[in-house]
Ligand binder design. Structure first.
Ligand code: ADP
Length: 443
């Protein structure tokens, strides 16, 4: 087992990784920007290294500084968390080239699955159902129009390297294709450094359902059931839960086993997620995330496992993967708490003047906040995850509401009130929503 791991991330996920390491008897190195010197992970880690100024490009994305920090401190492995360098194949390669272990998949798998076109081709080859669309990259507006005529409007133009819900354009009718095609390519180039785009049928009313897997890189894999992440704003997840209230047991079993089988066939190593859209009883693969995800705690809650520990064990070659899925323990819901203005959704950085986290049975708070902490303006607005577990979905919602009522975060704006509003609706209670519901009905 590793003796020392460097955590190449910040915020709640850095602390989450530190906690697992600590329980496993592994020493930790926290790297941080000069904006994060007071971070909780810096205080809890055994060692810390400042790797640069506040902008991510000069600190959390600074590969050389991070690898130097690992070398100086004698860390043997690097955990990238999510975001930042977690799905950067060059970084994974660089880490390994320096004789360190990258806690994640091989750089080949990151490369293939990080390119959405290559990922769809791979998924199709592995027998997964995919959203109808172009065979690969679409190079011209004429080609785009031909494909759209074949699959019928509305269609979605998507950036091959897109992520975080960005790099997508809906085209409702033929006349709008030219303008949107050019715009999507331009935006993709600016945001992701590649203007490659592809086309997909736009599904009008799907749910987002994803399957958590973990493989050992030797052809063995296990699934940890599905998560339903359909409560979204601007294609970004706001609430996630497990299991999905929509699936019949046989559908659930089938899609989860398919994802597990694909991971095994790929020889996939580490934690990963197969993302699907689900509509009218059919699944459509959209992408694979080759990292731990923000919403992993809901799977941990219903499966009773520590997915970060699983990642570490697999990376160290010390995990025997059991292909039998864990027994499901009731229901879990995760509410993403963001520092943002309740109406404009503009980020709301600042000092936490008062802080009280909820507790009690079935309540978990993954957050690096404390009273006096200053939420910096440089990074993602996610400041906490409230994860609720209960024997049934109904009790889970009631418990989540109770926990939200206890949660006090003062000094900055948050979306706690929005969560209360969502949980109070009959649509959420009855599971009657799709990926557009939140934006169309509540915000
Ligand atoms: P990202 O990597 O940016 O998260 P995804 O491909 O995972 O992009 O899609 C994010 C979200 O965008 C999905 O959860 C869904 O809400 C929406 N979306 C993606 N593809 C389609 C589609 N073909 N039809 C309708 N909505 C889609």
């Amino acid at each position: 087992m590793f003796k020392k791991i460097l955590i190449a991330n910040r915020g709640e996920i850095a602390l989450r990784i530190q906690r697992s390491c600590s329980e496993m008897g592994i020493a930790t190195v926290a790297v941080h920007s000069s904006a994060d010197t007071q971070a909780m992970v810096v205080q809890f880690a055994d060692e810390s290294v400042c790797i640069g100024p506040p902008p991510s490009a000069e600190s959390y994305l600074n590969m050389r500084a991070i690898i130097s920090a690992a070398k100086i401190t004698g860390a043997e492995a690097i955990h990238p968390g999510y975001g930042f360098l977690a799905e950067n194949a060059d970084f994974a390669e660089m880490v390994e080239a320096h004789g360190l272990c990258f806690i994640g998949p091989t750089c080949e798998h990151i490369k293939t699955m990080g390119d959405k076109i290559a990922a769809k081709k791979t998924a199709l080859k592995l027998g997964l159902p995919i959203v109808p669309g172009s065979d690969g990259a679409v190079k011209s507006v004429e080609q785009a129009s031909l494909i759209a005529d074949k699959i019928n409007y509305p269609v979605l133009i998507k950036a091959a390297s897109g992520g975080g819900g960005r790099g997508m354009k809906i085209v409702q009718k033929k006349q709008d294709m030219e303008e949107n095609f050019a715009l999507c390519r331009q935006e993709a180039l600016a945001a992701f450094g590649s203007e490659e785009v592809y086309i997909e049928k736009y599904l009008p009313s799907p749910r987002h359902i994803e399957v958590q897997v973990c493989g050992d890189g030797k052809g063995n894999a296990q699934h940890f059931w599905e998560r339903d992440c359909s409560i979204q704003r601007r294609h970004q997840k706001v609430i996630e839960e497990a299991p999905s209230s929509l699936l019949a047991p046989r559908e659930r079993q089938k899609i989860c086993e398919q994802a597990q089988e694909c991971s095994a066939k790929l020889g996939y190593r580490g934690a990963g997620t197969f993302e699907f859209l689900y509509q009218d009883g059919e699944f459509y693969f959209i992408e694979m995330n080759t990292r731990i995800q923000v919403e992993h705690p809901v799977s941990e809650s219903i499966c009773g496992v520590d997915l970060i520990a699983e990642q570490i064990l697999v990376a160290a070659g010390e995990k025997k993967i059991c292909s039998v899925a864990p027994k499901m323990l009731g229901h879990a819901i995760e509410l993403r708490i963001n520092a943002e203005h309740p109406e404009t959704f503009a980020p709301s950085p600042g000092v936490i003047e008062n802080y009280h986290a909820p507790g009690g049975l079935g309540v978990r708070v993954d957050s690096a906040l404390f009273r006096g902490y200053k939420v910096p303006p440089f990074y993602d607005s996610l400041i906490a995850k409230l994860i609720i577990q209960a024997p049934s979905r109904k009790i889970c919602i009631e418990r989540a509401m109770r926990a939200l009522n206890e949660y006090a975060i003062e000094g900055i704006n948050t979306n706690i009130a929005l969560h209360k509003k969502i949980l109070a609706t009959s649509e959420f209670a009855n599971g009657k929503y799709d990926i557009h519901w939140l934006e169309n009905s509540l915000v």
